[in-house]
Design a binder for this molecule. Structure first.
Ligand code: S5P
Length: 273
């Protein structure tokens, strides 16, 4: 299994290369998901977890006091702590609509988010629409090939089609939100093998202390995700910041460091070090 650094040197997709370089430089494969509704909490958590993260994942549409200053501060934190930004927008509409949702509106996601994601449900035109905005800016797209939730419909031939869509758009699609490696998935008998591709697998549904949240979320450990399923980045939210109504700064920092260490230990085990 190749190292993050080796993969960074050879990756054709600019956003993937940036993420792999950050992982290699900071020795962390942790992406922290910051799902809180107040700007002050959002920025405080990111300042605490930034040193331990390669990537910070946002849902800016849940923030009640969102403003342009939030984006400026987020960008400053991204520079201060050396992490990339991933707006988890989960686009799912026709090409024309997603291109407007990505470029415009209140949030102007493409102008500040290095990475975003989309459901493959509309077919390849969703990639065309998003690429028309994101590619000139050097952004990267992740397709949701699988989900972490109980009863997810993103399985079987849906997942295979998602991987085929990505293979046909490798200049913009850098990888997947998925629960396992996608090498060889959807490759038809006698078709080209997956040798030429290096999709990044970013995996949510990661927790060390609980197995679910009572709302369909299912958690696996960093070791299960990185070693057993061959994924590249662990996405952790509530396992790190706990209850947003009772934020405990020391604990947030401690948990981020704990997940970073577990994620890196699992990676070293995977590459046989
Ligand atoms: O399949 C998925 C895909 C995503 S992007 N399952 C997920 O949980 N997510 C996101 O990951 C979800 O929207 C949330 O922001 C995060 C998981 O948060 P946690 O608090 O359960 O770790």
């Amino acid at each position: 299994m190749r190292t993050y650094g080796h993969r960074a040197n050879n990756h054709p997709n600019a956003a993937a290369r940036q993420l792999l370089e950050t992982i290699d430089r900071k020795k962390t494969n942790l992406c922290v998901s910051v799902d809180v509704t107040r700007k002050a909490d959002f920025l405080a958590i990111i300042d605490l977890v930034g040193p331990f993260s390669c990537l910070v994942k946002t849902h800016v549409d849940i923030i009640e006091d969102f403003d342009h200053d939030l984006i400026e501060q987020l960008q400053a934190l991204s520079k201060k702590h050396d992490f990339l930004i991933f707006e988890d927008r989960k686009f799912a509409d026709i090409g024309n609509t997603v291109s407007l949702q990505y470029s415009s509106g209140v949030h102007k996601i493409a102008s500040w988010s290095h990475i975003t994601n989309a459901h493959p449900v509309p077919g390849p035109s969703i990639i065309t629409g998003l690429a028309s905005v994101g590619k000139p800016l050097g952004r990267g797209l992740l397709l949701l090939a699988e989900m972490s939730t109980k009863g997810s419909l993103a399985v079987g031939s849906y997942t295979e089609e998602a991987v085929r869509m990505a293979r046909a758009n490798k200049d913009f699609v850098m990888g997947f939100i998925a629960q396992r490696r996608m090498d060889g998935v959807g490759v038809q008998e006698g078709g080209n093998s997956a040798e030429e591709e290096d999709f990044l697998i970013l995996t949510p549904g990661v927790g060390l202390d609980v197995r679910g949240d009572g709302m369909g979320q299912q958690y696996r450990t960093p070791r299960e995700v990185i070693v057993e399923s061959g994924c590249d980045v662990i996405i952790v939210g509530r396992g790190i910041y706990g209850n947003p109504k009772a934020l405990d700064a020391d604990n947030v920092r401690r948990q981020a460091e704990r997940y970073m260490k577990e994620g890196w230990k699992a990676y070293l085990e995977r590459i046989g070090e």
